[in-house]
Design a protein around this ligand. Sequence first.
Ligand SMILES: NC(=O)c1ccc[n+]([C@@H]2O[C@H](COP(=O)([O-])OP(=O)(O)OC[C@H]3O[C@@H](n4cnc5c(N)ncnc54)[C@H](OP(=O)(O)O)[C@@H]3O)[C@@H](O)[C@H]2O)c1
Length: 213
Amino acid sequence: MLITGAGRGIGRAIAIEALSRGWQVSGTVRQNGDAPQGVTEHLVDMRDRDRLRAIGTKLGPVDVLINNAGVIGPERQATLDMDFDGFADTFLINTLAPLAMAQAVLPKMPDGGRILTISSQMAWMGYAKSDRIAYRASKAAVNKIMQGLATDVRARQIAVALIDPGWVRTDMGGPDAKENATQVAHGILEIASTLDMAQTGQFVRWTGEGREF
Ligand SMILES: NC(=O)c1ccc[n+]([C@@H]2O[C@H](COP(=O)([O-])OP(=O)(O)OC[C@H]3O[C@@H](n4cnc5c(N)ncnc54)[C@H](OP(=O)(O)O)[C@@H]3O)[C@@H](O)[C@H]2O)c1
């Protein structure tokens, strides 16, 4: 299993839970030693697509990829007051990197593998307001990309899903968030272990139930 952003938050919780279940876990970090002990670290800033490609060439077989690394985006991200550079940066990390990581991993993924991308309920098209619009747009876009990727790898029986982790107590979610990262990691690993071709291309809650895009 390869997890991006394995040094803290949800990614770290997934790594710890996966190790305890006996998975062989690799993780991307930006600083050596950030990932939990037992994780094989790959140093990369998710903006660096050349480096993501290079990591792909070094990997052994990867049965599951979990695209987790992400940012909430710039301070100013209203439609009428937008930090466009910050918006573009958010897209690099939240939207383009998951695809670049998937492209790098796919040659190493056996048929029947799984690709999970941590999206957000904030991607939901049914919500029309514009708060945190750079983040919302980056997650809605990664949903669309992964839905498309699912059709492109279907012939290899590789299942692709978007995960809504709920509102989780991490640096990003803050202390008032509802969900505990360990519990959410547990749910995400259940999905990583059971996702099948009947669910490919779908957006699912961390509990496993389907949800609307
Ligand atoms: N927490 C929530 O309530 C919530 C809700 C919905 C969706 N999500 C999504 O869940 C995922 C994990 O969120 P979290 O709550 O665990 O956030 P977090 O605690 O802020 O952790 C973010 C992770 O992403 C990594 N990351 C950020 N920018 C990076 C970059 N440029 N290059 C490499 N790694 C980078 C961080 O690595 P460093 O330690 O090196 O910074 C860290 O491992 C994200 O995709 C987020 O959008 C979270």
